[in-house]
Design a protein around this ligand. Structure first.
Ligand SMILES: Cc1cc2nc3c(=O)[nH]c(=O)nc-3n(C[C@H](O)[C@H](O)[C@H](O)COP(=O)(O)OP(=O)(O)OC[C@H]3O[C@@H](n4cnc5c(N)ncnc54)[C@H](O)[C@@H]3O)c2cc1C
Length: 395
């Protein structure tokens, strides 16, 4: 008889991996499917700042972000224990820098904004900022210290979350692309997945095998590609937003903590590299960095810390953030019974993973509705367009 899982998760980035880990701890049988090697998409490309401070236009995620920031240490402890690996979480704070002539005024209004969200921050004199970060350049006009900020290496932490999930009993299959959700009588019964299989008599040839996999619940956590999966597009109209990054080698004067200004940011890694980002390029699906993009982010970095102009360029890459039509996450149940969405984390998926996993898992397993997730319902797009779907659909 065909195996029926409690939950199938489509997508093995940080969101799918963290959710799989939570669900398996709630005694669920969990299958995680990824169209490629898990952990190689946006979660591989990210900078890894764990920042609950709001970006312009992202006020709606602040409560979820603060809660996720609060959960981070216990999330890290749990995945480290289950994987017996080190996830490299550093709660070292961040410095925001203001380069415009009116920098002090901008700094003071940013400070008021952060205080209104109970995010611990303080104004720094330029002398104090340079004492903490001697590499700061003359372009810096004002500085702010944010205590409530941390960082991770996203490649490491996603790998640790996947290993923790696997050790705890999640079945993980790469090279399995989900093409559709299977819906019968308004109930999600599983997914239709394809994978390549070698032909035993010919080691060079592969055939595509299409398979229906049954589950009580399906969670679509496929990042920017969610909208490509048949039966999901009206709940998760996702769009890619390319972001370019550069890793620079160690130089004297390189920063000790995250530095950020209006035009870019940088985050030091444990091994002395400094990762610098990033661009916001909507609608582009090619994952290559470009001279124009790299010039922009390197300019911001060397304005903040001029010594980085002499650093070795070790690596340049680009990733595709999962954005949504209103730039907010899409998390929660749909009106198809058993079908859930967890995507649209856009610029904040590393930050939002622990809270997304905890509260969506409680919703799936216990039916417990989360106020943190209420603003991010997958039904808001269909409702906004007045879309009515038929009661039965089969893909
Ligand atoms: C340059 C850059 C910098 C960033 N910096 C930060 C930061 O500092 N802090 C922060 O919090 N966030 C940051 N982000 C955002 C963060 O990376 C994302 O929000 C997060 O990684 C999203 O995770 P995810 O699991 O939803 O998606 P992904 O990591 O993209 O994972 C989705 C997975 O689904 C799989 N998949 C897709 N389609 C299918 C299918 N049909 N069937 C099966 N599998 C499928 C993919 O192969 C992939 O493995 C950054 C992103 C970028 C690009």
């Amino acid at each position: 008889m065909m195996q029926r899982y409690d939950t199938i998760i489509v997508g093995g980035g940080i969101i799918g991996a963290s959710l799989a880990f939570e669900l398996v701890h709630a005694k669920q049988s969990v299958l995680l499917l990824d169209r490629q090697e898990p952990g190689r998409e946006a979660s591989w490309a990210a900078a890894g700042t764990i920042s609950p401070a709001p970006d312009p236009g992202s006020l709606a995620i602040v409560p979820l972000g603060l809660e996720s920031f609060r959960l981070y240490p216990e999330f890290i402890a749990a995945i480290e224990q289950a994987s017996r690996m080190c996830a490299g979480f550093h709660a070292n704070g961040a410095m925001e820098l203001f380069l415009e002539p009116q920098g002090e005024g901008e700094r003071d209004s940013r400070l008021r904004e952060l205080s209104s969200h109970d995010i611990r921050a303080e104004a720094l004199s330029l002398e104090e900022a340079r004492r903490r970060e001697p590499g700061l350049g003359p372009a810096v006009r004002a500085a702010l210290w944010i205590a409530d900020e941390a960082d991770v290496d996203p490649r490491v932490v996603t790998g640790v979350a996947l290993a923790a999930a696997a050790n705890a009993g999640v079945e993980i299959r790469g090279d399995s692309e989900v093409q559709a959700v299977v819906v019968e009588n308004a109930r999600c019964e599983g997914v239709l997945a394809v994978h390549a299989k070698g032909i035993p008599t010919d080691s060079h040839r592969k055939v595509q095998i299409s398979e229906k996999i049954a589950a009580r619940n399906v969670v679509i956590a496929a990042g920017w590609r969610c909208a490509e999966i048949a039966g999901v597009e009206s709940f998760a109209p996702t769009l890619p937003v390319r972001g370019q990054m550069v890793a620079l080698g160690p130089v004297p004067g390189a920063p000790h903590t995250i530095l950020r200004c209006e035009h870019g940011y940088m985050a030091p890694r444990e091994d002395g590299r400094v990762v610098v980002g990033s661009t916001l390029e909507p609608g582009i699906t090619q994952k290559h960095p470009t001279p124009a993009g790299l010039r922009k982010i390197l300019r911001a970095a060397t304005e903040m810390v001029p010594a980085l102009g002499e650093a070795a360029v070790l690596e340049a890459w680009a990733g595709l953030r999962p954005d949504s039509l209103d730039h907010l996450p899409i998390i929660g149940p749909t009106d198809v019974q058993g079908l859930f969405i967890a995507t649209g984390h856009y610029r904040n998926g590393m930050l939002l993973a622990p809270a997304t996993a905890k509260y969506l898992s409680e919703w799936i397993v216990q039916g417990k509705i989360s106020n943190y997730l209420a603003p991010f319902s997958p039904l808001r797009f269909a409702n906004a367009r007045g879309v009515t779907r038929g009661a039965t659909r089969s893909h």
